[in-house]
Design a protein around this ligand. Structure first.
Ligand SMILES: [Mn+2]
Length: 474
């Protein structure tokens, strides 16, 4: 009896050793990179399963509690309301470094260099992540996914090599949007399209041309312009009118090139008021809409509203989304949030359910957001250093938006909030009100009406009731 037991124990322990060896070899650490070929198909997240919906009672941090991709809400699948996207720059290039401290993350696909070989490992990690998380889209800047070069030709060749791998790994996943990084390299210190140097304007144009080509090649559905350095530090040395004219010419050329290569994706501008420049020209949704109208570009662009940028411009995210929506400009959402006690762009995962409900009220009123989506322009805190934290951040962000959708659907199906708003303006539903709204009531006519009606009765705005209805739905 004893011998078989010992044999069993021996077999079991051998099995444990075998599993350990397999698990180790699956991670293919960057320090041992030469032992893993370019075509390596192991895992960077070996302990992480496919993330599944387990419902609100689940305590599993690696499961969805509210986001259920195939479940229909207001006649549309949750995955189609959101079209969630992973931001390559935060998830795969975020190091945890800040102006005061060195990087804190040591991800298994990194070796601390920006070589082509590591760029390809990151791309493999990206698709493993997207597949396990269960999202359909990803977003990138040209220089996040491939190393820059000493010349434009070298940079383009690097990009082509990584993009070819991305195309091969992508399967049925798609690019929600691509963009060109026109802010990191020192040549862009005065801006790209608004630089005082002609050579820099030209370089930016060449870079955007290439970024549009690869976005199109990767089945991208949108292309984004974020003008981090398109602004000024001082008006004393800046010709603002000339810079804005240049920006408009640059965007006109982008429209022309998009048509030339048959790219049907939406061009998006992402407003942000400041940081890194003191003043960015795409300050907020209203400023950007005015710029697009002035230069005859309003039908060629939509807006990518980022919640953290909204609060930096002194607005709520809901305000920026509504401003975009009522101007027919709501194109995409960068789902993130700032810290209420901090004044800069912290790009955190959004976990405020009330905020998510407001966002989804606008998205539902907009009839959805396709061909845009929800890009997680959000990064882990410097102090979060486990690879599973990347999953947890996205899961809580997706669950928060899903709670927002469920709550907004409740509010719309209940109807009392819409009814409160409708009632508030009902005096304009009258015959005279219709004349006003149709532009057929001039001042003389209205003066006559005042003499006939006397002092108007003014009703309560019922703000607290509106807040009560809203709060009950959360
Ligand atoms: Mn941001």
């Amino acid at each position: 009896m004893k011998a078989p037991k010992i044999l069993l124990l021996l077999l079991l322990s051998l099995q444990v050793i075998a599993y350990t060896v397999i698990a180790d070899s699956q991670t293919c650490p960057a320090t041992n990179i030469d032992s893993c070929s370019d075509g390596w198909e192991g895992e960077f997240f070996p302990g992480i399963p496919q993330i599944k919906y387990e419902g609100p009672s689940s305590k599993n941090p690696l499961a969805f509690k509210y986001y259920n991709a195939e479940e229909e809400v207001l006649g549309k699948k949750m995955k189609d309301w959101f079209r969630f996207s992973v931001a390559f720059w935060h998830t795969f290039r975020g190091t945890g470094g800040d102006p005061f401290g060195a990087p804190t993350k040591s991800w298994p696909w990194e070796d601390g260099t920006n070589s082509l070989k590591i760029a390809k490992r990151r791309m493999r990690a990206n698709f493993e992540f997207i597949n396990k998380l269960g999202v359909d889209y990803w977003c990138f800047h040209d220089r996040d996914i491939a190393p820059d070069g000493k010349t434009l030709e070298e940079a383009n060749a690097n990009l082509d090599e990584v993009v070819a791998l991305a195309k091969e790994l992508q399967g049925n996943k798609k690019v929600l949007w691509g963009t060109a990084q026109l802010f990191m390299h020192p040549r862009y210190m005065h801006g790209g399209a608004t630089s005082s140097e002609l050579g820099v304007y030209a370089y930016a144009a060449a870079q955007v041309k290439k970024a549009m080509e690869v976005t199109h090649y990767l089945a991208g559905e949108n292309y984004v312009f974020w003008g981090g350095r398109e602004g000024y530090q001082s008006l004393l040395n800046t010709d603002m009118e000339r810079e804005l004219n240049h920006l408009a010419r640059f965007l006109e050329s982008a429209v022309a090139y998009k048509k030339k290569i048959g790219f049907n994706g939406t061009l998006l501008i992402e407003p942000k008021p400041q940081e890194p420049t003191k003043h960015q020209y795409d300050w907020d949704a209203a400023t950007t809409a005015n710029f697009l109208r002035k230069y005859g570009l309003i039908d060629e662009f939509k807006l990518n509203i980022e919640c953290n940028h909204a609060t930096l411009s002194g607005h709520s995210c809901h305000h920026e989304l509504e401003t975009a929506r009522i101007n027919g400009l709501l194109g995409n959402i960068d789902a993130n949030t700032g810290d209420p006690q901090v004044g800069w762009d912290t790009d955190q995962f959004l976990i405020d359910i009330a905020e998510a409900t407001n966002i989804m009220l606008t998205v539902i009123r907009n009839g959805g957001i396709a061909p845009g989506g929800f890009n997680f322009d959000a990064k882990l805190r410097r102090e979060s250093t486990d690879v599973e934290d990347l999953f947890i951040g996205h899961i809580v962000g997706m669950d928060t938006m899903a709670r927002g959708l469920r709550n907004a659907a409740k509010l719309i199906e209940d109807g009392s909030l819409d009814e409160l708003v409708r009632k508030r303006y009902q005096s304009f539903d009258s015959e005279i009100g219709s004349l006003v709204e149709a532009g057929k009531a001039d001042f003389e006519f209205l003066e006559k009406k005042v003499k006939e009606w006397g002092e108007p009765k003014v009703a309560s705005a019922k703000q607290e009731l509106a807040e009560m209805i809203f709060q009950y739905a959360l």
